[in-house]
Ligand binder design. Structure first.
Ligand SMILES: [Zn+2]
Ligand SMILES: [Zn+2]
Length: 187
């Protein structure tokens, strides 16, 4: 598990800059990119991949944590990858409908449905030597925000957060560095 870009969201003089957390997960023959979203430089993102010995063509799977463009716009950088979202797998022009909850991408990587930020949110759980790590937009960062301004129903987000915290020991949030949840983690 390697974070290629820790996400961010910040106001600068020329406007709002948003970067998605982009994560690489390798498990045997399976190479996964979670959230190929907005980056300041595509070249730098691909360089980070190359530094880890991975070519874009060798990525087998891409996961969209949800449908917002800041988490999806760069999917085409990985031409051979199948794409997974909450309700389907997209493989070339093949649309394979399925529910994401419980879908296994490899022996140690699976998806669970975690609606909240949007109704279409899913979390990628990866069992690693450091415990189960969760790539998820249920938190933007370690501090939350406690109340997600996009969440249509805060109770749904709360339920998903508790489902994630029950299994994950590391959270890789949508717009911040990885963190270990503790009693200050918004629930
Ligand atoms: Zn979003
Ligand atoms: Zn986001």
């Amino acid at each position: 598990m390697d974070v290629l870009q820790p996400g961010y969201a910040r106001e600068e003089d020329d406007g709002e800059h948003v970067g998605s957390t982009v994560t690489l997960i390798r498990d045997g023959s399976v190479t996964i990119i979670v959230d190929p979203g907005m980056v300041a430089s595509r070249h730098r993102l691909l360089a980070a991949l190359t530094d880890l010995g991975v070519t874009p063509e060798s990525v087998t799977d891409v996961v969209f944590s949800h449908h917002h463009p800041d988490h999806t716009v760069n999917a085409a950088l990985f031409p051979a990858a199948r794409i997974h979202d909450h309700w389907a797998i997209y493989d070339g022009d093949l649309w394979i409908s399925r529910e994401a909850d419980g879908a296994e991408l490899s022996p140690s990587v699976r998806l669970i449905a975690t609606p909240g930020h949007t109704p279409e949110d899913i979390t990628t759980l990866a069992a690693t030597a450091e415990g189960v790590q969760a790539c998820t937009h249920a938190w933007w960062g370690a501090d939350g925000p406690a109340e997600d301004p996009f969440a249509p129903d805060p109770a749904v987000l709360t339920a998903s957060r508790s489902r994630i915290l029950a299994v994950a020991s590391v959270i890789i949030p949508g717009h911040g560095p990885a963190f270990v949840p503790d009693e200050t983690t918004p629930r």
